[in-house]
Design a protein around this ligand. Structure first.
Ligand SMILES: [Zn+2]
Ligand SMILES: [Zn+2]
Length: 563
């Protein structure tokens, strides 16, 4: 006996298979709409079929009505069976893996008979996918990463991957003639290290047309929800996009405030609005005016996490001079071909110069990092000669530095007499990361207390979504930094973003200074700078807290290794 749930399920499957096949999206979605209409029926489905009244239900047209009647009376759908036969076995399940297109699924089925996610995972692990024409080791690894996300039911992606989806999409939406303004909101505007979706707010007098434009975006594969002024779509790589449309300029400020803050931040604002007997969504010319109406100073997006910014905005102490990209004058923590970087000293120098930098620190790995081609003493001499030669041809000032390993006991790599000759030293942990909390705390405290000035590099060694921070008593290490000749790096590599904001805030409160760096291993990586800057802002770091916002001379004085 067929029930209405079974009918809805069949309709959904038809819609998904049509979508996967690349059929007209509106046609595919009609089945999803029909499935929902059947799910939500209050009347008896059998009676509607018998009395041929199905088309009186909103969302059910004549074609759908025929399909529903067929399933209801025969328990089958010829269309569904035909679609199933056209598709490789397991295609629907496989299509849920982020990044797997129908074309790839068909290739996998044809080449090695993959018919489920489990079979695909096995094939990847055995290296069989890399051997398929057009796949390769890189694609195989990407598929494995996608399967891992699918298994975790975890749709979060790295900030950099989210922006790779969101930034081109923003341009695509902005090109619509009705759009007067479009802003990225949500956690991406707060520069959180991971994101599960991108939220956009658009000012447009044609919400319906704009929503259709998003639905027709080539990478949009499914409409999750559609309302008059809001739509959620899923992109082919599994990322979600939510678009909100407002019609009047005075709605933008309140809507941006609501769409940008963390749920906790917005809840606090609502409570304050209630106390003051105003509404959060009342028209306002901009976000600043929304906060002002609540008796609060403006809160930068990166701070809207309910981590003290509400209180600080009420008493006027919330920082208004957070570090900005344009404040950075020196590119710090850069690798070259002397260790594991991909570009030469000259290539890195010219790229930094093109970004308007006044100085750059060349900081390749020290000998202990032999796996990364750490620079031995004789090659160090060679590197310094090359720096001097390149310096004659470039305006950006090149500083001789090192990323010295913090050894197991907290000593730095290279003898003291050598360390003293550098212009700048970054001190980082690259090995023995799994020490227990007490041993790691001692190691780091020892390192910070070395008499030589050092910048603590990628402090807690985390890799976003891949490796947890070291076990250590962070507050104790921060106390040691505050008492020593040391500063802390905010590492802009989007896989690191380390020191994390909550600890940076605690460090700042101790008067510790920072360097915002890229840890660049190529000229492209220099653009990681913006991730460093926004992560620093999330940690409440001001312009005056950042050493590489200083002029070259002042920076050199501040970080000089020997006293
Ligand atoms: Zn490093
Ligand atoms: Zn590095």
């Amino acid at each position: 006996m067929i029930d209405k749930q079974a009918v809805a399920r069949a309709l959904r499957e038809i819609g998904l298979l049509l979508e996967l096949k690349g059929e007209n999206k509106f046609r595919a979605r009609a089945y999803e709409t029909g499935a929902r209409a059947v799910d939500e029926l209050r009347e008896d489905l059998g009676a509607l079929v018998d009395e041929k009244r199905l088309t009186s239900v909103a969302g059910i047209g004549p074609a759908l009505a025929a399909t529903i009647a067929e399933i209801w009376s025969t328990g089958r759908s010829q269309q569904l069976e035909k679609l199933r036969a056209e598709m490789p076995k397991g295609a629907l399940e496989l299509a849920e893996v982020p990044g797997l297109s129908l074309k790839k699924i068909q290739q996998l089925a044809a080449a090695i008979g993959v018919d489920s996610v489990a079979a695909l995972k096995r094939a990847c692990e055995e290296g069989r996918v890399a051997g398929i024409k057009g796949f390769g080791a890189k694609t195989q690894q990407k598929i494995l990463d996608g399967i891992a996300r699918w298994e975790r039911r975890d749709d979060r992606v790295l900030l950099i991957d989210a922006l790779a989806d969101a930034e081109p999409l923003r341009l695509y939406l902005a090109a619509h003639p009705s759009v007067k303004r479009i802003e990225l909101a949500g956690s991406l505007r707060r520069w959180r290290e991971t994101a599960k979706d991108a939220d956009f707010l658009a000012l447009s007098d044609s919400p319906e047309e704009l929503i259709n434009r998003l639905i027709n975006y080539p990478q949009a594969v499914r409409v999750v929800e559609r309302q008059e002024r809001k739509v959620i779509v899923r992109l082919s790589d599994g990322f979600y996009v939510e678009l909100h449309v407002v019609a009047a300029q005075e709605e933008v400020g309140p809507a941006l405030v609501r769409l940008t803050g963390s749920p906790a931040h917005v809840a606090r604002l609502e409570a304050i609005a209630r106390e003051r007997d105003v509404a959060l969504d009342e028209p306002a010319p901009d976000e600043r005016a929304v906060y002002a109406r609540l008796g609060m100073a403006y809160v930068a997006p990166e701070l809207r996490e309910d981590r003290g910014e509400i209180e600080a905005a009420l008493d006027g102490s919330v920082p208004q001079d957070l570090i900005e990209l344009g404040d950075i004058r020196g590119m710090t923590h850069c690798h070259t071909t002397y260790s594991d970087g991909k570009a030469s000293i000259e290539e890195m120098a010219r790229a930094a110069e093109a970004m308007g930098m006044q100085y750059m620190t060349i900081t390749d790995h020290s000998p202990a990092a032999h796996y990364a081609g750490g620079v031995t003493l004789d090659r160090l001499k060679q590197q310094w000669d090359e720096i001097a030669r390149v310096q004659e041809n470039v305006k950006v000032r090149l500083l001789r530095g090192t990323e010295s390993d913090i050894l197991e006991d907290g000593a730095l790599d290279y003898p003291d007499a050598v360390l003293e000759k550098f212009d700048v030293i970054i001190a980082s942990i690259h090995s023995r990361m799994k020490m227990d909390e007490a041993t790691m705390t001692r190691r780091l405290v020892n390192a910070m207390r070395q008499p030589i000035f050092k910048i603590w590099g990628h402090a807690l060694g985390r890799l976003v979504m891949r490796r947890d921070p070291f076990a250590c008593r962070v507050e104790e290490v921060l106390d040691a930094v505050a008492e020593s000749r040391a500063a802390i790096e905010i590492n802009g590599d989007p896989h690191r973003l380390d020191l994390a904001p909550e600890h940076a805030q605690a460090a700042r409160a101790r008067g510790i200074k920072f360097v915002v760096s890229t840890d660049a291993h190529s000229t492209d990586n220099l653009h990681y700078l913006r991730y460093g800057v926004h992560t620093a802002r999330r940690g409440w770091i001001r312009r005056g807290d950042v050493l590489n916002a200083l002029s070259a001379d002042d920076f050199l004085r501040a970080v000089k290794p020997a006293q």
